[in-house]
Design a protein. Structure first.
Length: 281
């Protein structure tokens, strides 16, 4: 049975943005024409689909390729390899959609979402002029570009070489921004207590899919590279839609790594419905 009535109900109730509603309908049906039919009596959603028709069609095609349809990898190595393949391929289809399907392939929508995240980070004190920042799973470097003028230095890592190529191009000329391709197993390239902030936006779902041993090692590594009192921010722990399980997994792995949970399960953003977790060393 289609989840369209539920998705549209959540949109009408103000629980999700128009962009998230269209994204969820695309994930459900993988057909741009069908999504347009489903939202025909919702003027704002129909206008959004029409305004971003090319991106919506491209995302439907990306979804039909079926590269991102598994729940758990057979091994950590297989999980990392799959993530690398997925994002090497996705970024060639659409840079914007590769990091946020809810962008609908639009640079303008992605920029609005990026600025909303920046505003949250500033308001919470997670970024400041004297802070060194590391992002795990930096994608095309949109946050590094946005943070560059606001922090001391920014580092981004990703398992996808093509993502890193896009990030370097986007941030060319920014002297305090550095990108590296990582093997996806640890943060060995970075020293102890090297950062005031480590963050991961829509990255942990892929670590969780690869296996909890990889999640545990990443949390230990995050604790190692953070200064005492440093912040760790996660946007989405998994895509399981089971918040109680997510929180239980986070509590267990955070405690083992020596990280304290400050807040968990918040949805503080209007455009993106990501679940935010804030931990501190």
């Amino acid at each position: 049975m289609s989840r369209a009535p539920i998705i549209l109900g959540r949109y009408r109730a103000g629980e999700i943005s128009a962009e998230i509603a269209v994204m969820e309908l695309l994930i459900e049906h993988e057909d741009a024409a069908e999504v347009a039919r489903l939202v025909a009596d919702v003027p704002a959603l129909l206008a959004l689909c029409e305004r971003h028709a090319g991106g919506v069609s491209r995302i439907a095609t990306m979804l039909r390729a079926g590269l991102d349809t598994y729940d758990h990898a057979e091994s950590v190595e297989a999980g990392i390899a799959h993530t690398r393949q997925l994002f090497d391929w996705s970024v060639q289809q659409s840079e914007e959609a590769s990091v946020a399907l809810y962008s609908l392939g639009s640079a303008e929508v992605l920029e609005r979402a990026t600025q909303e995240l920046v505003a949250l980070y500033v308001a919470r004190g997670w970024i400041a002029a004297d802070r060194r920042v590391l992002q795990i799973g930096c994608g095309i470097g949109r946050l590094e570009q946005a943070f560059a003028a606001l922090v001391r230095e920014v580092h981004g890592i990703d398992v996808s070489p093509r993502m890193i190529d896009a990030a370097r191009r986007r941030c060319a000329g920014l002297p305090n921004v550095t990108f590296s391709v990582t093997e996806g197993r640890d943060l060995r390239a970075y020293p102890d207590a090297g950062f005031e902030l480590v963050h991961a936006i829509d990255t942990f779902p892929y670590l969780v899919q690869a296996g909890m041993s990889l999640v545990e090692s990443h949390l230990r590594e995050v604790a190692r590279v953070l200064v005492p009192g440093g912040d760790f921010v996660i946007g989405n722990w998994s895509y399981s839609a089971e918040p109680a399980r997510d929180l239980a997994e986070l509590e267990q792995t955070a405690a083992l790594a020596g990280l304290t949970i400050v807040s968990a399960g918040e949805r503080p953003l209007a455009l993106w419905d990501g679940t935010m977790f804030h931990l501190r060393r």
